[in-house]
Write a new protein. Sequence first.
Length: 175
Amino acid sequence: MSSIAVYPGSFDPLTFGHLNIAARAAHLFDELHIVVVHNPAKSPRFSSAERVELIRASLSEAGRFGTPMPSSHVSKIVIDTLDSGLLVDYCRMVGAKALLKGVRNNADLEYELPMAFVNRDLAGVETIFMPANPQNGFVSSSLVKQVADLGGSVDKYVPSAVARALAASASNRKS
């Protein structure tokens, strides 16, 4: 029996912290679905399709910060979107028994824990909390966007494809 996990997030934008979690999870599971989900509480900078493409472009750079990701791990990764509906329904559809959540601090855990209980109650899907790598555990997508918008370098925090997309986005926002 293969083990399948779903790693959901807005990934707006993807950071080295996200890639580190994905690399570590790809080592543990036979298949990992990175799922770009819609969060109604956020206004995304990039469309779901753009975020999927940025994730694809970034996987080759996964070893720059944190855990290296060999090609054997990259081949285990499926990138998908979920723009509506319940995440647990997606888990049922792909046969996943586990959701993967990266946590940077207590606030992340407090936010994620009630959802973990509900997901287990609704569908028997367990949530696995993976602590962030201390090297990039302080970085959030929101912070990265703010730094990029103000003209700062985000090269230490995101893959080069994401940095280029953010620079273009920041430039368009100023026009």
